[in-house]
Design a protein around this ligand. Sequence first.
Ligand SMILES: C[S@@+](CC[C@H](N)C(=O)[O-])C[C@H]1O[C@@H](n2cnc3c(N)ncnc32)[C@H](O)[C@@H]1O
Length: 258
Amino acid sequence: MLQFDAETARILEDSYQGSDVQRRRLANIAALAPSAGERIVDIGAGNGLLSLDISRAVGPEGGVTAVDPSPDMREAATQRCAGRDNIRIVPGDAAALPLDDASVDGAVALQVFEYLDDIPAALAEAYRVLRPGGRLVIGDFHWDSQVWHADAPDRTARILRMWDRHMVWRTLPAHLPGMLRAAGFEVSAVVPELFHDTQLRTDGIARMMMLLISAYARQTGAPEASEVDGWLEEQHRLAAEGRFFFALTHYVTSARKV
Ligand SMILES: C[S@@+](CC[C@H](N)C(=O)[O-])C[C@H]1O[C@@H](n2cnc3c(N)ncnc32)[C@H](O)[C@@H]1O
């Protein structure tokens, strides 16, 4: 899987403040609907932006526990959330949350579950820490929805197949409802959030994907790494010629502990 090291954290930082990733965050927060005084766990909290947004909604009487196994990501979250007394940033894994049974009102995992080897274990753990009636929101891409227009489509297909190797689950949103029900949850909604652009915006999700895909190719030394520069060049050229076309759909899946 892609290493979320200091360099990756820096790349994500720019894009995460952009309008696309903000929209993705807001869609997950809207589904979670945190309210004043609630206790929320942010599973795989990453650089802390989501935890920070949720901490405003739960206010000083509530609290957010931001859990992430990566020291680099926790460091980024610690810097971002400095001075916020109602956010606790802790090491941990989705399959072993450092929380008591029935101790939270809501749990959210935004683009985390597609990296997990053992989703039933993570769902059982979310079920354990939620109070009865507590909400779980899981946001992930369905990678079959990814479209990059290209003059060299075979090269693009090879690069995307290489990118597939960075995650465990390519089509997780299609599996989640069944997995959630098997774990004892009631599924409340599955809502698509489409990202589509005909421009290559600096702060857009397409630009973020180009950065992450090329970083992953170089990190792993994949044979396809030699093709990545050509692919990036092609995407910039298509954008300059007004022929850029990108689409990707994120799904927000909401469930309740019954
Ligand atoms: C793409 S980032 C998403 C970060 C954040 N949720 C957001 O959207 O702003 C994925 C995060 O999942 C974390 N992660 C990876 N494996 C994990 C696991 N087994 N349990 C919990 N988090 C994990 C990574 O360290 C990383 O911070």
